[in-house]
Design a protein around this ligand. Sequence first.
Ligand code: GAL
Length: 374
Amino acid sequence: MLWLAVGFCALCGVRGQDCIEPGKVWHDAEGRVINAHGGGVLWHEGRYYWYGENRPARGFTTEVGVGVYSSSDLVHWTDEGVALAVSGRQGSPIERGCIMERPKVVYNARTCKFVMLFHLELKGQGYAAARVGFAEADSPVGPFRFIRSLRPNAGKWPSDFSRRDIRRAKRLKESDYTEWWTPEWRKAVADGLLLARDVPGGQMSRDMTVFVDDDGKAYHIFSAEENLTLNIAELTDDYLDYTGRFVRVAPGGQNEAPTIFKRGGTYWMITSGCTGWAPNEARMFRASSVWGPWEQLPSPFAGEGAEKSFHSQGTYVLKVEGVEDGFIFMADRWNPESLQDSRYVWLPIVFGADGVPVLRWLDSWSPAGRFSGF
Ligand code: GAL
């Protein structure tokens, strides 16, 4: 009783206000509900910056832009305003009423710029455009300047495609495979049916994340080919374009919501299936090179509710600065009735004896309590 009276959390034992409570309403420093969905977190010079979709109370389009919050302890977040604002100009690719999703910001040490990539759908076109947007800023809180949007890697073939693979893919025609999910269709997709269709104009790019490796090289990881296939595409040194080197992961596997992190020499990717706003069972992949091969493993979610990923869909893996094995899986519990009211599910990743990531539900937890040295 005394414990509660002095403000300690009965669940995780630290000061109540210092806990992350997955699935509960999360307020910013001013007491307003945090509006940063499909987000990602950047650590820069001692502070964390959480970028996310600012979503309206009703409707599915972007009326404000990408929001940013900052924090030193990952629990208390200060609203830093709009990092990238929609444009009021008619015909702008980011015109108010477009859809901006899953923004991710990385810092480029060569150019000293903050670079944002996000999934962009053009106003009035639903999800047909399937583009990536690029924006850049001099400060982590922006303002970000929109640079351009595109479909990645126009005119390019995956780096692991031989001449023979390319010839075979070019021969495939969508009109020969009108029925989806047949064994013939699956093979054709794996062989590049949709990949080849999209080579001239660039690959479709929807759910996405960005990963910067230890050597400073950055990769854009996104759902391509009608959300059937993931692409991992290397960015140029300024992170504003593609080198043209890319690979496909799990062709036809319908992976969305990619998240990635590296622990020791192993790359881990946690993704979702493809069921819109409704939760589904996560997937996991492992590789010893970002270029693969990527081996599929069972979902990392364990315990009650694991089959629906605790009613959430991943968006990012946050590396806790300076803490070995400090990784937080960030996910969204979408509420399509009011996307603004979607909740955040942040959980620490634990590692089994075999080094395999596991996600277990916690009602409440504290980064300071969980990560020694934080
Ligand atoms: C989900 C995706 C979300 C959003 C939604 C739209 O599958 O992960 O980011 O695009 O579909 O229905």
